[in-house]
Design a protein around this ligand. Structure first.
Ligand code: ATP
Ligand code: MN
Length: 476
């Protein structure tokens, strides 16, 4: 039987005097009298008061941390502090026992590393309940924002035959018999015998396909899984992650930046209003974690940071100016950067963090990167050496958005494809859009988990997706 009122409903509606049943998982059972019950609808537990004299000892013993129970009783005002209302229990039914000796989640603080090893149980903790509810609200806000602003949600393919992005290593999709792989005369894998008749991979980005849709529907976005087999064991890379990729006809670089900034502010504000309780819990969690750090390494409190981001303009600078700032910085003078700074380098995480956390202390949009370090499809500037790229960097995470105005000129694009050593035959359909009714257009990719990290204040990306996939990890 489903809950007529979830715990979230109960706190909202306060149906005093009403008889209800409530199912949930026991967080704690104090003094044989107070059950703290949680049903996942909100972070707050519901206090269920048991008159132990009315129940069998054998039943009470089964009310352990982790067990699942259904109680029936009357909602009354709570005399105790800590909760406005509570339930006076009349009947108790055990739905699922949980051996207190063996249950891995004890009512105490566990390390995030330990909880990662029991990712199947961590949704039952206060922290992960809060994270995954915030994740939901952010996803919902993203669809709401685009829907309100005239964008169409499209589904780009997950299996693809183009490695046009060059964004990273790809996961191969093949049904060839691994024990008997067909080879060509040159000794290479003969993919013509494979399922699709050619080599296929899991997508690293839906952008190229989104561009095709934008040239028919105007403004579109994707929100789907992407896969990168890059062997980077960092706190901000996953092998499987979700990406949001809007693509807009007629948008130029500035329109693109304005959209990205407005969009990020909207979804963060949405979370601040719709997930206030969960964010308060995460704010508290972060504050406690920060206490153990030396004062000069502490980050801005979570809620303060989020409000700051929604209320202040993002800084906008060119790559060339960013390099100048780095070269003039005290870090450079004290030789604190591990990787040398000069025009043309791909900014390393330490450089990005310096700009965002030390120099600007706010989100920063960096534009006009050297052509050589960015993807082939970015529009070449008149200087012939930079492209209309824009990356958004945020404190604590670094790059959260990567985008650009796209190269819409057929000749320039073809030249770039050749320079980058990409097979033009494999991109015939992409090039076609530049041959038939081409138009200026732009778009960007937002890594969803990086956004969730930023909003929840979690420092490891493995803690913001229910079941993370990273090199060597594919459990659950
Ligand atoms: P990075 O330099 O951090 O690896 P990238 O330049 O490879 O990022 P893009 O190809 O521009 O990233 O992808 C767009 C967005 O997707 C990034 O801004 C980031 O938010 C996110 N992203 C990229 N790679 C990953 C990953 N392995 N795991 C999670 N998110 C990612
Ligand atoms: Mn990358």
């Amino acid at each position: 039987m489903k809950n007529e009122f979830s715990i979230a409903d109960l706190y909202k509606n306060k149906p005093l005097g009403k008889e209800i049943t409530l199912s949930g998982w026991v967080r704690t059972f104090r003094s044989n009298r107070f059950i703290a019950l949680n049903d996942g609808s909100t972070a707050a537990n519901f206090q269920c008061v048991v008159d132990f004299e009315k129940f069998d000892d054998s039943l009470l013993k089964r009310i352990t941390t982790g067990s699942c129970i259904r109680v029936k009783g009357i909602i009354t005002e709570s005399i105790g502090k800590g909760q406005p209302i509570e339930l006076q229990v009349q009947t108790i039914e055990i739905l699922g026992d949980s051996d207190a000796e063996k249950y891995p989640l004890q009512p105490k603080k566990h390390s995030l590393e330990f909880l990662r090893e029991i990712a199947h149980l961590r949704p039952r903790t206060t922290t992960f309940g809060a994270i995954f509810r915030v994740r939901h609200h952010l996803a919902f806000a993203i669809h709401e924002y685009f829907n309100k602003n005239g964008f169409f949600y499209i589904h780009s393919p997950i299996i693809t035959a183009s490695d046009a992005e060059g964004a990273g290593e790809m996961f191969n999709v093949s049904v060839l018999d691994k024990k008997n792989i067909p080879l060509t005369e040159n000794g290479e894998v003969d993919y013509s015998k494979d399922f699709f008749g050619k080599e296929a991979n899991l997508t690293v980005s839906g952008q190229l396909e989104a561009e095709l849709l934008a040239m028919g529907l105007g403004k579109v976005y994707t929100f789907g899984p992407t896969f990168r087999a890059e062997n980077s064991n960092t706190a901000r890379h996953l092998a499987e992650f979700w990406m949001i990729e809007p693509e807009m006809a007629f948008y130029e670089l500035k329109d693109n930046m304005d959209l990205a900034e407005d969009f990020l502010k909207y979804i963060i504000k949405y979370a601040l209003t719709h997930a206030a309780d969960d964010l308060a819990i995460l704010d508290q969690r972060l504050a406690e974690e920060e206490k153990s750090k030396p004062a000069d390494q502490r980050v801005m409190p979570l809620l303060e940071k989020l409000k700051f981001v929604t209320e202040n303009a993002f800084q906008r600078i060119t790559y060339t100016d960013a390099i100048d700032i780095l070269l003039q910085s005290p870090y450079q003078k004290k030789k604190k950067f591990q990787f040398p700074v000069e025009w043309g380098i791909d900014l390393q995480s330490e450089h990005e963090r310096y700009l965002v956390e030390k120099h600007f202390n706010s989100p920063v949009i960096i534009t006009d990167y050297p052509s050589a370090i960015k993807a082939f499809y970015m529009r070449l500037n008149d200087d012939g050496k930079t492209v209309r790229a824009m990356d958004i960097l945020v404190p604590g995470i670094g790059e959260i958005v990567g985008g650009s105005q796209r190269e819409e000129r057929y000749d320039v694009l073809l030249e770039k494809i050749r320079q980058f050593g990409i097979s033009e035959e494999s991109l015939w359909w992409y090039l076609d859009t530049r041959r038939f009714g081409t138009c200026p257009h732009s778009g960007f990719g937002l890594g969803f988990e990086r956004l969730v990290q930023f909003v929840t204040g979690m420092s490891n990306i493995r803690d913001v997706i229910p079941f993370p996939r990273t090199p060597g990890n594919c459990d659950f």
